[in-house]
Design a protein around this ligand. Sequence first.
Ligand code: GRF
Length: 198
Amino acid sequence: MKFRLGFLASHNGSNMQAIIDACKNGRLKSVPAVVISNNSNSGAIERAKKEGIPYYHLSSVTHPDKDALDKAILDALKKHNVDIVILAGFMKKLGHLVLEEYKNKVLNIHPALLPRYGGEGMYGRFVHEAVLNAKEKITGVTIHIVNSEYDRGPIINQVEVRVFENDTVETLAKRVLEVEHDTYVNTLKMIEDGKIRL
Ligand code: GRF
């Protein structure tokens, strides 16, 4: 199966780029349809421009009213006939309109083995810091379906990453991010091949 992918990203967008690259090199059949960012200066928007993918800056700046923002995001996804919504470092909570219309079709990636090291405030370096402080030997990457609770939707794929004794937040974050890129692409491949059903 082949899907139209809608990306929501707040910052760098390296996960998004890994998926776009996989669509371009034939590893995935799906098509990057639209990029939406709440940050007009994000790397994600720069990448969209470079790739010639339609993009939108939609945020509390463009839409101060929460419901209006939710509706604007939904309209952009629908305008581009998006089948699957990919959260790739998206730092905002999605509204109920998008979550209802795309029930079980919104995916997120988290840089740890959920349900551990997830929830509000657990993002970026805070996740890796907590993993190191707890002296974990194993961390990892989780892909899950998004519902209205932070990091609590059904898990569809997890991959472990080893923590080394001399790891710093930076070295661990780098190693996990590389695995994130492969894991997001591989998970989408399994969805395309019908091995994971949304
Ligand atoms: C990744 O670590 C992802 O797990 C988290 O945000 C980060 C996004 O990185 N949700 P990038 O923008 O894809 O480079």
